[in-house]
Design a binder for this molecule. Sequence first.
Ligand SMILES: *Cc1c(COP(=O)(O)O)cnc(C)c1O
Length: 376
Amino acid sequence: MSTQPYGRHALGLRPIINVSGTMTALGASIMVPEAIAAMAAIAPEFIEMHELHRLASAAIVRATGAEAGFVTASAAAGIVIAVAAAMTGTAHRAIEGLPLDTTGLKTRFVLQAGHDVNYGNSISQAVRMAGGAPVLVGSTSQVSPQDIEAAMDGSVAAGVFVVAHTTARHGMVGLGAFSAICHRHGVPVIVDAASEYDFRGFLAEGADLVIYSGHKFLGGPTSGIVAGSAGLIEACRGQNAGIGRAMKVGKESIVGLIAALDAWQGRDHAAIRAQERAALEMWQHCFAGIAGMDAAIVSDPTGNPLDRLEIRVHPESGTSARDMAMALASYDPPIMVRGHQVERGRFWLDPCNLHPGDAEQVTAALCALIRQGEPS
Ligand SMILES: *Cc1c(COP(=O)(O)O)cnc(C)c1O
């Protein structure tokens, strides 16, 4: 057990076994050692920030194939800054006027109703924070291309498209068609792909700016990435003299993110997947022959190369998904499951944030918990 000053133990914070995924409330992800070392190395140095931003842009270009890239304080900040950039371009007066003085600017942002997700705050609030006006089209279960078309009235600054497991799963217009409509009206497309591993596909489907999180799958410091067209990225950069100043990203986060991006390119993804697979199969084994519970390995709903164990708890089991999630959370250390659908009788175990030994502790807890309810 580490007793480093300011380590978790020294601070008196209890450990957590995270099988819920990459959650802000639990500290996001396990930062990769390359990012930690990079942040420590730059911490005592002076550098020219514009030069560091230039290096970061090059690293983002290498990873995404975009024309340019910009590092933000988080993906949430990246969305606000991208929205601001779509309104102001690089015009100083316009940048300084946000969010309230938008005289002469296009300020409407078209968003499909089923895409107004909440990741801590809502997409529509992110648009309003920059001074934009979200225009929700269609309903949460159905949007047609005509709905999007009808919103294009000459005052639209950008279309905003969200890729997330929390968007409506059906009835929305896909990115290719959404982009085609926007582009026909000369309107750029901003894609929130904060949790997506695909660094190239959204740009290929017509996105002009794509936003990723630095501290989710990448294992970087708290940060965000905006990748896209050179002109819009320049306009994002310009926001540092406007509303972006309140979302400043420091040298340590920029360098940490560059290191995490480089580490991602060099990571042995196949070996990590095999390790995750082994954990999922070990957990699944606990459920063999248990009445009233099913455990299946399922793929990620947005197509990330990541599987989870989905556990369905039926009434004849004598327990519920909610009770099982709560029981696991009351273990020492707490085992935090992916429990946003416990009311629907299911929860997931996510294997992508495990420390050595965690998978075995989850197995022991899970098997003991399930057997408790069984007649012996
Ligand atoms: C996580 C997430 C965000 C916020 O990302 P941060 O980098 O934590 O700010 C925004 N949008 C979606 C879809 C997300 O999944």
